[in-house]
Design a protein. Structure first.
Length: 396
């Protein structure tokens, strides 16, 4: 039964007044007003407890609906967000499900709503994503097939020290191998980092980088002392095309993840290094990764089976190759003259092998260096090599 549509508050007030007067029984009054005895006693009780204000309708939404997240789970969700302020709802719920599987955790959308109610969600402008190219290289199907490396843009710590973060990552598992607080992009700072990684993790099959130091230099070969060491260890170099950072897209995306660290620098180099190492541990061991099915990189990474040798092996050049040792100034002797190759190869043996079209291809171990232009007596890239006329003689 419901109240008549003639001023509900007036009807309820008259009903209560007549009840209190005691001239009619509750049964008779309820029948006269068209309501049930249960409703009659409810409004009489509210009036006695709250006065006329008690005759207003109360909100119909339950204080706690049947599917509401338990308060202890809400507290754990909020604590996880406060511990990892850069994580979104998906990563937080994946982490909680992994560390406390005995609880029925809500969905990521519910976690997002909980965080929003607690003021822990900040609207942020998402970066415009660029079209991703895969490059001309095979896809890494297992750990250590490809490592990627780069220097994050520099920033200064609170005491003014310039930090050039060096980042190294396994392309397959997304495992962050190194996040080092280096002070420059010099070979001398990068090699100790890689030497330690090679000794602890083994050798990758390939290494991908951009065309900047310490991974590449200007010139035909683009070699630096650092990558010369890589080549001697049997690591194949992969260089992205100039102006094509999307060819190393996974690494570039990681730099966006660590960007807040650069925007909140530490007191000095030591403190910055400690903060980087704490971030690396969290990224590898705790932070779920969507590309890995919300697993962590540590769950997918394993060390390489290729151990770092105590002494790099000597190059195994074909018997018919013309082997030359690079002079201190980066040149080799050729056909009575000199051809500049790379000063990074000073003291190293390189080999020239005749191709099917009669050209001479220069290489260092398995790494191609270029084509010898015998007419101009210079080393050129293979794509820029002159076409040799049929019947032309060669002289090594």
């Amino acid at each position: 039964m419901v109240w008549r549509e003639t001023g509900i508050m007036d009807e309820r007030l008259r009903f209560v007044v007549e009840c209190l007067a005691g001239d009619e029984t509750m049964t008779a009054l309820c029948a006269a007003y068209g309501i049930s005895r249960k409703n009659g006693y409810k409004w009489l009780g509210r009036y006695r407890a709250l006065g006329p204000e008690g005759l207003h309708d109360l909100p119909r939404a339950p204080l706690n609906h049947g599917r509401a997240t338990a308060q202890d789970l809400v507290e754990r969700i909020v604590a996880a967000k406060e511990t990892h302020p850069l994580w979104g709802p998906k990563k937080i719920v994946a982490r909680l499900r992994r560390t406390a599987p005995e609880f029925m955790w809500p969905s990521a959308s519910t976690v997002g709503a909980i965080l929003a109610r607690h003021g822990l969600v900040n609207a942020r402008r998402r970066p415009r994503l660029r079209a991703c190219g895969n490059g001309p290289w095979p896809k890494p199907l297992e750990p250590n097939a490809v490592w990627t490396g780069d220097h994050k843009g520099w920033f200064r710590t609170a005491d003014g020290w310039r930090c050039e973060p060096l980042t190294v990552m396994d392309a397959s598992s997304r495992y962050l191998l190194a996040l080092e607080a280096t002070g420059s992009t010099a070979d001398a700072e990068a090699w100790p980092v890689f030497e330690r990684l090679f000794e602890e993790r083994g050798l990758p099959d390939r290494f991908r980088s951009d065309n900047g130091p310490p991974f590449a230099s200007a010139g035909v070969t683009g070699l630096t002392p650092l990558v010369v060491r890589f080549i001697k260890l049997g690591i194949t170099l992969e260089r992205i095309a100039p102006g094509k950072p999307q060819q190393n897209g996974r690494h570039e995306r990681f730099h966006l993840t660590m960007l807040p660290m650069a925007e909140a620098p530490q007191a000095n180099r030591v403190a910055q290094g400690q903060a980087f190492e704490a971030f690396r541990h969290s990224y590898n061991e705790e932070r779920p990764h969507e590309a890995l099915g919300m697993d962590t990189p540590a769950q997918h990474y394993r060390p390489s089976q290729r151990a770092m040798p105590r002494t790099p092996p000597e190059p195994d050049y074909p018997a018919e190759a013309a082997v030359r040792r690079v002079r201190h100034n980066g040149e080799i002797r050729w056909n009575g003259g000199f051809i500049y190759v790379s000063q990074a190869l000073a003291g190293e043996p390189v080999a020239a092998s005749e191709t099917e079209d009669g050209q001479w291809a220069l290489s260092f171990h398995a790494h191609p260096l270029g084509i010898i232009d015998t007419r101009r007596m210079k080393l050129v890239r293979r794509s820029a090599a002159p076409i040799k006329p049929l019947g032309a003689a060669t002289d090594a």
